[in-house]
Design a protein around this ligand. Structure first.
Ligand SMILES: Nc1ncnc2c1ncn2[C@@H]1O[C@H](COP(=O)(O)OP(=O)(O)O)[C@@H](O)[C@H]1O
Ligand SMILES: O=C(CO)[C@@H](O)[C@H](O)COP(=O)(O)O
Length: 503
């Protein structure tokens, strides 16, 4: 039997999946690393932590591998998107990586829009300038850290840096490059026009490759450290949401996925790159060949729940916390939560908005707050789904992945709020599975990715909406949507009191 490894470089942890030729997950390993938040709105990670924890995970995997390691044929990657890793002439990381959920670049987004022109930016990159994307971070470093910028010879995204450290080869795949705002999405090439308008040296941009392309082998020293064979083929991999889509079987028009990881995503397959969504949702290259996808993003989805748990129930497991909330009725006894604890992207592009609990009552206990947090996160995802529906997509089934899909209660809540059937795939590790599928397809095990999906992907659980809950949630969703406008200005005024911005 032959095997592949899918490595998902997430925000909270790196997750490794060892998968056999039948798509069976033989082993799952997860290794965490910290997030650095020096000021309100800042979010950084140390690239060395990604490398160390991946090496530790791979070593654990080979140590307990029951067969011959030379049967592991391929490795590929899925990675948190948009994070900026700047390399100097020796290819050393110049500063910590600035991540997708860092919102310090509101001014830089305005400058990009003015200097490139909103219509031209939309035409080339198919997206508007958002704080999370990579280009505003490059401009920020250029402006506020000129010494670092002058040393920069190349930029990479998180999983590209990890792959570079494992192989010594420098590349970026189209699906991740699409989230930089520097890629011409339709032509699949770096945009000289955008680089010129912003005075960015195009030499900073790495060579582009498709996600299933073989880009090298495991470096000798890494092979020795991890116990992997130097002969293993390494395939480029893709953006975590594009890989999540592959791992959830989003490989044809009409298929929609919801992911509750650190971020929350609602994503739909697109077969062409020449449509226009006017920047209301992200429109990016898929990791499947010649395909695209649209998606809405909730910045703090699972992150809102982990913030709540770490702050108010640190000693509890997620399972126990959610179990406690299982008997709380729909609507959490009149408590609403908006998950804007790190600002928001879809549908409100707003770095200064923050979360609220509305309707707190002296009868509320921790379990009501837990339920309200889960409902608020799911309402936020539903706002993205609403945009898809308003644009003519009919969505009656949603494939649910990410840490949130571990909970049956949350799957039911998604079915009730989305008013769709919700399917949980065999592994909720969609991005890791998608990466493993890219390695399997790249290794020539299958002619196409859909063929690979038909062998690898099995539905594990199907949840139908409960009519009574659907009706209640329709009403609550209207109330939820009104909270943004009511709290927008208050949050702007509170900004100066936030950590790092104090008066
Ligand atoms: N047992 C669980 N039930 C429901 N949600 C969970 C559970 N465990 C973790 N989560 C949620 O999943 C999130 C992590 O999801 P994951 O897909 O692993 O994230 P990432 O890929 O961003 O690192 C956590 O922030 C948490 O909110
Ligand atoms: O910024 C986005 C998508 O645009 C995020 O979805 C990141 O890609 C991080 O994802 P997770 O760590 O939550 O998987």
């Amino acid at each position: 039997m032959k095997y592949v490894i899918g490595i998902d470089l997430g925000t909270s942890a790196v997750k490794l999946l060892l998968v056999n030729m039948n798509g069976k997950v033989i082993q799952e390993i997860s290794k965490e690393y910290p997030l650095m938040q020096e000021k309100a709105g800042y979010s950084e990670q140390n690239p060395e932590d990604w490398v160390e924890q991946t090496i530790a995970g791979l070593t654990e995997l080979t140590d307990s591998f029951p067969g011959d390691v030379s049967d592991i044929e391929g490795i590929s990657f899925s990675g948190q998107m948009h994070g900026l890793v700047l390399l100097d002439e020796n290819h050393d990381a110049i500063r910590p990586a600035i991540l997708w959920n860092d919102t310090r670049t509101t001014k830089e987004c305005q400058e990009i829009t003015e200097q490139v022109g909103r219509e031209k930016l939309l035409h080339i990159s198919k997206n508007i300038a958002l704080e999370g994307f990579t280009l505003p971070k490059i401009i920020w470093v250029k402006k506020y850290e000129p010494e670092n910028y002058s040393k920069a010879k190349l930029f990479l995204l998180p999983k590209d840096y990890l792959r570079f450290r494992l192989t010594g080869r420098l590349h970026m795949d189209y699906s991740d490059a699409a989230g930089t705002l520097l890629l011409d999405i339709e032509k699949r090439s770096w945009s000289d026009e955008i680089c010129t308008a912003l005075d960015i040296d195009p030499e900073l941009c790495p060579p582009l490759v498709p996600s299933h392309e073989m880009v090298g082998n495991i470096d000798e020293i890494i092979a020795e450290k991890t116990g992997l064979s130097e002969k293993i083929s390494v395939f480029a991999g893709g953006a975590d949401n594009a890989c999540g889509a592959i791992g959830a079987g989003i490989l044809e028009e009409g298929r929609t996925m919801a992911s509750i990881g650190t971020s929350g995503v609602v994503l739909s397959y697109e077969d062409a790159g020449n449509k226009s969504f006017a920047g209301k949702v992200h429109y990016l290259n898929h990791a499947a060949p010649d395909a695209f996808y649209t998606m809405g993003v909730t910045l703090a989805a699972g992150y809102s729940l982990s913030w709540f748990k770490n702050t108010f129930a640190k000693e509890m497991t997620f399972d126990d916390l959610l179990q406690e909330a299982a008997d709380v009725p729909v609507g959490a006894n009149g408590l609403l939560f908006t998950p804007y604890i790190a600002g928001e992207r879809t549908p409100h592009v707003d770095a200064s908005i923050r979360g609220s609990f509305i309707g707190m009552d002296s009868s509320h206990k921790r379990k009501h707050f837990t339920r309200a947090v889960m409902e608020g996160i799911t309402f936020s995802l539903n706002e993205s789904l609403e945009i898809f529906r308003e644009n003519g997509k009919s969505v009656d089934t949603v494939i649910s992945i990410g840490g949130g899909a571990k909970s049956t209660m949350w799957l039911q809540m998604q079915a009730d709020i989305f008013n769709t059937t919700v399917i949980k795939p065999g592994s909720e590790q969609g991005p890791g599975m998608g990466a493993a599928m890219l390695a399997a397809y790249g290794s020539g095990w299958f002619e196409t990715l859909p063929e690979c999906a038909s062998v690898f992907l099995k539905d594990a659980q199907t949840v139908e909406p409960i009519r009574e809950n659907v009706e209640k949630y329709k009403e609550l969703f209207t109330l939820y949507k009104s909270v943004y406008a009511s709290t927008k200005q208050i949050n702007k005024d509170l900004m100066k009191y936030r950590n790092g911005n104090e008066v």
